[in-house]
Every structure is written in C-alpha cells, then in structure tokens.
Design a protein around this ligand. Sequence first.
Ligand SMILES: CC(=O)N[C@H]1[C@@H](OP(=O)(O)OP(=O)(O)OC[C@H]2O[C@@H](n3ccc(=O)[nH]c3=O)[C@H](O)[C@@H]2O)O[C@H](CO)[C@@H](O)[C@@H]1O[C@H](C)C(=O)N[C@@H](C)C(=O)N[C@H](CCC(=O)O)C(=O)O
Ligand SMILES: Nc1ncnc2c1ncn2[C@@H]1O[C@H](COP(=O)(O)OP(=O)(O)OP(=O)(O)O)[C@@H](O)[C@H]1O
Ligand SMILES: N[C@H](CCC[C@H](N)C(=O)O)C(=O)O
Ligand SMILES: [Mg+2]
Length: 486
Amino acid sequence: MRYLSDILEGVAFTELQGSADVEISAVVFDSRQVVPGCMFVAVKGTSVDGHDYIEQAIKDGAIAIICEELPAHTAGEVDFLMVADSAKALATLAANFYENPSSNLKLVGVTGTNGKTTIATLLYKLFIDMGYKCGLLSTVENQVNGRIIPSTHTTPDPVALNKLLSDMVDEGCDYCFMEVSSHAIAQHRIDGLSFSGGIFSNLTHDHLDYHKTFDSYLKAKKTFFDNLPKSAFALTNGDDKNGNVMLQNTSAHKKTYGLKSMADYKARIIENQFGGLLLNIDNEEVWFKLVGTFNAYNLLAVYAAALLLEQDRSKVLVSLSKLTGAEGRFEYIVGPNKVIGIVDYAHTPDAVQNVLSTIHDIRKGSEKVITVIGCGGDRDKTKRPVMAKVASEWSDKVILTSDNPRTEDPAQIIKDMEAGIDPAFKRHTVSIADRREAIKTACMFAQPGDIILLAGKGHEKYQEINGVKNHFDDMEELSGQFNEMK
Ligand SMILES: CC(=O)N[C@H]1[C@@H](OP(=O)(O)OP(=O)(O)OC[C@H]2O[C@@H](n3ccc(=O)[nH]c3=O)[C@H](O)[C@@H]2O)O[C@H](CO)[C@@H](O)[C@@H]1O[C@H](C)C(=O)N[C@@H](C)C(=O)N[C@H](CCC(=O)O)C(=O)O
Ligand SMILES: Nc1ncnc2c1ncn2[C@@H]1O[C@H](COP(=O)(O)OP(=O)(O)OP(=O)(O)O)[C@@H](O)[C@H]1O
Ligand SMILES: N[C@H](CCC[C@H](N)C(=O)O)C(=O)O
Ligand SMILES: [Mg+2]
C-alpha cells in the first residue's frame, strides 16, 4: 500500500479536491482494470478519451482520479487532482508507486527504426554471460533474470514498465536493457525513468501513420536523448544520416560508433558469410555468429555500450563472439537440396533492403532468391509500395502475401504493395493472400541451393485477422514444408 501524498511527488497538479492522506491500492489508466482503492488516471487516447470512463471507474471502486478536466459532478468521497497532461503524470505516478525502481538499476534504452530488439537482446545475453543479473524489455519478450514474461508492446505502458523494473530490483538485477519505441517516447511511457545510457541505431521510414511526418518521427526519437541525464552516455551510429542529430541537445556523454565515419568505436568487416561475421573491432579480429552488415552495426553498438558500462574489453569480445541474435532475426534452416530458408523480421523498406543485400553478399553463386513478404494492416500505408519495390528489385521472385491484415482487406493491402512494383519486375511477382499457401509456393519454386526469405513476421506466433490472432509461425511453416519436400 502507498499513500497518495507519496505517489504525487513530482507531479505538477493544478488543483486537489480531497485529502492526500489516503492509501492507494494500484495506479490504473483503464477503467476495465479498476480495483477497489485504486487511483484512476484519465488519459486522452488516439481512439477514445479516458475522461469518459471516470464515472465507471468510481463505481468500480477508484478512490482518486487524476484528470485534465473535472467532470460535471465531483461529489462524494473521491479525490480529484487536475493536471495539465495526464499521460505525463501517469508515468511519474507509476514510477512513484513502484518506488522509482529505475534509479536502483543501470538502465540502458535502445532506440531507432531497426535493430532495437537485436541490440537490447545481445546486451542482455552478454551481461548474463558475464555473470550479472539482468532484465530485458523487448518486442520478442520481457525477461527478469531468466524468467520470461510475454510482451504486448515493444515498450510497455508506464504501469507495466515500472512493475517489471520493480520485479527486476526485487530479484537483485544490476542492469536492465530496454527497447524505447517512438510511440513510447511520444506517449510519455518512459518519462521519469532514470537512464544510465541511451543507444541510437538508425532512422529510416516507418510509423508515418502515427507520427505523420518523418521530421516528427525524428523529433520523437531525439527527445529521448534530449532528456538523458548528464551522468548517462548517449551512444549514436555516426554512419547514420541522423546519428549526430540525436546528440545535438543532450547533456549526456556523447559517443559514436561506425564502420565508415570517424567514430569513438570503430569496426571493419573482413568476412561476411552464412557462418557469421569476421570483424576487425578496435584492431582485434573476432568471429561473431550474426550475419550481415547491419549486424556488424548492432554488434559494434553492443560492444561500445558494454565498454561505456565499464566492462573489460577482452571479456566482452569473448562473450559476444559466442552469442546468437534475437529470435526471428535472420534465423535460417537448410532444407532438402540445400535450399536455405530464412525467417526475418524486416518490416520496413530499409530492413528489407538490408536483409536482401546481405543475402546477395553472402550467397555463393547463381542461387535464386525467393522473397515472401506482406505489410501490416492498420499501420503505415506509405511503406507498402516501397517495401514491395525493394523486394522486387532485390529478389528473383517475390510472393506478395499477408502480414497481420488486422481490420483491413488483405487484397487491398496487396494492391497497395503491387502499386510500387516497376512493370519490368512484375513478371517475377505473384500475389497469394494466404501466407501458408505463399510459403508453400515459395518452397515449390525453389531449385537446389536457392534461398527463400520469409520477411516481416520474425518471432511472431500469430496472424492477426479481424482482431483475432490465429496461431501462425513462419519457422514452423517453413520446416513443415521442408519436411514434406524430403
Ligand atoms: C497507437 C498507440 O500506440 N496506442 C496505444 C495507446 O492507446 P490509445 O491512445 O489508442 O488508447 P485509447 O483506446 O484511445 O484509450 C484512451 C484511454 O482510455 C482508456 N479506456 C479505454 C476504454 C475503456 O473502456 N476504458 C478506458 O479507461 C484507455 O486505457 C486509455 O488510457 O495507449 C495504450 C496503453 O498504453 C496502448 O496499449 C496502445 O497501443 C496500441 C495497442 C498499439 O498497437 N500500439 C502500437 C502501435 C505500439 O505502441 N507500437 C510500439 C512499437 C512499434 C515498433 O516496434 O517500432 C510499441 O512500443 O509497442
Ligand atoms: N542495425 C540495423 N539496421 C538496419 N536493419 C536492421 C538492423 N538490425 C536489424 N535490422 C533488420 O530489421 C529487422 C528488425 O530488427 P530488430 O527486431 O532488431 O529491430 P527493432 O528496431 O526492434 O524492430 P521493431 O521496431 O519492430 O521492434 C531485422 O529482422 C533485420 O531485417
Ligand atoms: N512492432 C512493429 C512491427 C510489426 C511487424 C509486422 N509483422 C506488422 O504486423 O506490421 C509495429 O508494430 O509496427
Ligand atoms: Mg523491437
């Protein structure tokens, strides 16, 4: 139990009706989760306004209400607190409720369009391998020192987030590595957290449905670095066009990594093959299990962050060289006739281009590349034609299919994709809305040694159609097909 007065610390409220001397059982921002004695925070959302649920929350037992506007009737035993921005207040309230767990951990946030899961997961695995107790908050899963907690978002809401951090503190964790999505920054999910470091991977086209313009997407990412404390490090990819923009207004220690530009942490690719990467990293040659130029960046970011967290350089390299990447990121299996099947989470134009150019770099000769790809429904529509264009130009055959159509018509999403394909590449393209059939067809097309890329769903274990998540797993489908081909 916590007192309202404790939870209000640092919250700039403009009006308080009632007494701050009451015990609060929970902080809740969804009326459907109200429990007796809780505080209900009314947040204006993208589809509805939490203020419309205040009455329901009180009926169900909320005893304190945080809101931007007072409802018409405020009589009764309930406390009302007015704030200028409920979403911002929610983050502070949640952190206070759980006694600011982030200040008892070394918390490192990773942001950027692509690579967040890979970098955060590698850091988690690395620090566990070096003997620390750690936490991980990622798209694939959350972990509290080895205990897996399924994740619903890349970055959880402030209440779930602080609860997870508090569990990490209770279990004696030293570090937490977390992904910081642009939605989370814009929605103040991470406000009030105390970061020891921030890492930027890259910025390319994604989420313009939500941020509207590339500039506001960039500004959201930059806010994370603007708000880092002086004691933290701000580590950026110096080779990315916007890498240095991220650090312009931060007061944290500025550090860079890169393969091309002048940087504090440098690496050079010596070998890039299916078996892994040989990097010259700070003048030492080391083999890593991950594949592709983009993973050279991810590995270098992890190496640099570990050094900034004062870890021993040679221990870091030894551990890092043993690690595999995150689930569903460039995971491959070899089928009959040496056909290679790759499952990857590329769901942006840049990621599709990176993964396909990697395949081109590492294939041995004239093997054909067959790509199965779709685009999410109810998400950025402008990336659809671009992803299809990139896939068609970098593959010998493309099968356009579904990837979580959500509430949209799968055929329309495929049409949006087809619009991006140059007529010269159309004859290499087929459209099969059913992803299972699309994967089966790719396997049928494959000649000995060919490479099949299943892009976009990575670790996901479902296909979301009309609000229903049906079990679907690209790797399971692929290995099933390979077994049938035997
Ligand atoms: C667009 C978006 O990000 N939406 C997030 C947002 O919901 P919202 O603003 O739409 O909420 P809303 O439905 O309008 O409701 C407003 C308020 O009323 C409350 N409410 C609503 C109904 C009710 O009966 N009672 C009630 O109290 C809600 O709890 C909420 O507080 O706040 C919710 C609570 O934190 C999130 O769950 C929700 O994520 C949705 C489900 C989502 O799909 N988000 C994706 C796009 C996202 O966040 N993705 C990023 C990663 C992207 C990447 O990987 O790069 C992520 O971090 O996961
Ligand atoms: N550093 C990188 N640069 C460009 N592309 C990358 C990079 N790292 C990974 N990718 C590509 O992007 C895909 C997603 O990688 P990852 O899951 O690590 O990114 P993410 O930023 O966590 O994505 P999300 O925003 O969906 O959570 C990978 O499967 C790969 O195709
Ligand atoms: N986490 C990201 C990627 C989803 C990838 C793809 N499978 C889709 O459903 O669009 C998002 O929410 O945009
Ligand atoms: Mg991720």
